[in-house]
Design a protein around this ligand. Structure first.
Ligand SMILES: Cc1ncc(COP(=O)(O)O)c(C=O)c1O
Length: 436
């Protein structure tokens, strides 16, 4: 009997005792290839000495000092090194403990910006359908993933949701013609339907995460929707909690389209999972406005030196070993190999992604894209088959209509060796094949 309230209630979990590179070892001696980096988190791999040493050194200096009373060298150094990497001009970084906190902070920063400029009317947030921004109530309200929202419906409903940028099942009736323009006009229609000057922010993942399995928008999506936001005084929040810090083969995914948002969130890969950490960052212009009035916000664990030490070390490991370029090239290779090895597997509808963020969508009929019934539990069965052969995948369900829809995501550490990559493809194909 355990006294833990576990994350999963339908099976007993093995005990992890060691981890190295892309592999996790359990107490009973099994080794698992961590093809999803946990939940697309472990960018620099497990057991990275440079990160562990930086954290140990920081703990030898200070352990806890409050963010309203002190700064630390670890925090200042991390922010100095991260700010120029962000797709923001003159970035200011507000460190927090994870992705959901980063999103809550970003939403409040958007509101604070408008208040500071005397625009009390601006409070409305537009997010997207089938998105994921976190499980705290504000972040969950931004999230458009129905199965996650459903139990908490009475607490939600303040935010609006625009169409997802989901090329495989695009809502544009003319798809693939003029998709960027169609998304822009949908967003503009929503802004026009809201009370005048009420929309504060548009929040979206640059590449959709687990809820849509690494769905990459059409090429002109971001420039088109950002242009609408600019014209209507709406701040753009790029939720880079999953995509940030190299995951898509660029430092931040918005770099792929050369678009500069007003606010960026990050989490997961910032510390590669070595310690809970994340941040919301704003452009210098947003910071200047808010600094005239102050920002009513704060967490006990924000501005944490240990997290900053880990995040700073991760940044240097990525840079020194050119791992972001490795994420780009390895991602392209894995996507290509998976797509060709799965081309004749009848349940595979789409293999997609960017960098080392890869999604595989399962369908009953690739011709019509009809999903499997939820009761078939296809994504779960693929993940179980993979686990049985020592491969960890990240399943997701319910994206087609709030109930049906099966995906798995892969997001391995960037330090995956070529041999590991071959094992990943072989075991993924075998797991999918066994369920097919
Ligand atoms: C895009 C995005 N935003 C926010 C979150 C929430 O992050 P966390 O689980 O660290 O609270 C996630 C987590 O998957 C995410 O992918």
């Amino acid at each position: 009997m355990t006294h833990i309230f576990p994350r999963v209630l339908d099976r007993e979990l093995p005990e992890a005792v060691a981890a190295d590179g892309a592999w996790i070892t359990t107490a009973d001696g099994h080794r698992f290839l961590d093809a999803a980096g946990g939940a697309i988190v472990v960018n620099v791999g497990h057991g990275e000495r440079a990160v562990i040493d930086a954290m140990t050194a920081q703990l030898g200096r200070t352990q806890y000092v409050h963010g309203t009373m002190f700064t630390t060298a670890a925090l200042e150094r991390f922010a100095d090194e991260m700010a120029p990497m962000l797709p923001l001009d003159d970035a200011r970084i507000y460190p927090v403990s994870g992705g959901s906190e980063a999103v809550e902070t970003a939403l409040k920063l958007a509101r604070a910006f408008h208040l500071a400029r005397g625009q009390q009317s601006r409070f409305q947030v537009i997010a997207r359908r089938s998105s994921y921004h976190g499980n705290t109530l504000g972040a969950l309200d931004a999230s458009g993933k129905e199965p996650l929202r459903k139990p908490y419906t009475p607490w939600l409903g303040r935010f609006l949701h625009a169409p997802a940028a989901y090329e495989y099942r695009c809502e544009n009736p003319q798809h693939p013609q003029a998709c960027g323009a169609w998304h822009a006009s949908e967003l503009e229609r929503m802004i026009a339907q809201a009370p005048p000057n009420s929309v504060a922010a548009f929040i979206a993942e640059p590449v959709a995460g687990a809820t849509l399995g690494a769905a990459v928008p059409c090429d002109d999506y971001w420039t088109a929707v950002v242009e609408v936001c600019r014209r209507h005084g709406v701040l753009v929040i790029a939720d880079e909690v999953m995509t940030g810090v190299g995951r898509t083969g660029a430092w931040f995914a918005m770099d792929h389209w050369g678009v500069r948002p007003d606010i960026v969130t990050a989490g997961k890969g910032t510390t590669s999972g070595y310690v809970p950490f994340g941040f919301a960052a704003v452009s210098g212009a947003v910071f200047e406005a808010i600094s005239t009035t102050g920002f009513v916000h704060g967490f006990t664990w924000s501005h944490n030196g240990l997290g900053a030490a880990a995040a700073g070390a991760v940044l240097r490991v990525l840079r020194e070993r050119e791992l972001v370029a490795r994420a780009a090239s390895l991602g392209e290779r894995l996507r290509g190999e998976l797509a060709s090895a799965l081309a004749d597997t009848p349940i595979v509808g789409d293999v997609r992604g960017l960098g080392l963020m890869i999604g595989i969508e399962f369908v009953r009929d690739p011709g019509t894209k009809e999903p499997f019934a939820r009761a078939d539990r296809v994504a779960e069965r693929v993940a179980t088959a993979a686990r049985d052969q020592g491969l960890l995948l990240y399943p997701s369900t319910g994206h087609v209509d709030g109930r049906d829809g099966d995906l798995i995501m892969l997001g391995p550490p960037f330090v995956l060796t070529d041999d590991d990559a071959a094992t990943l493809v072989e075991r993924t194909v075998a797991a999918v094949g066994s369920v097919a």
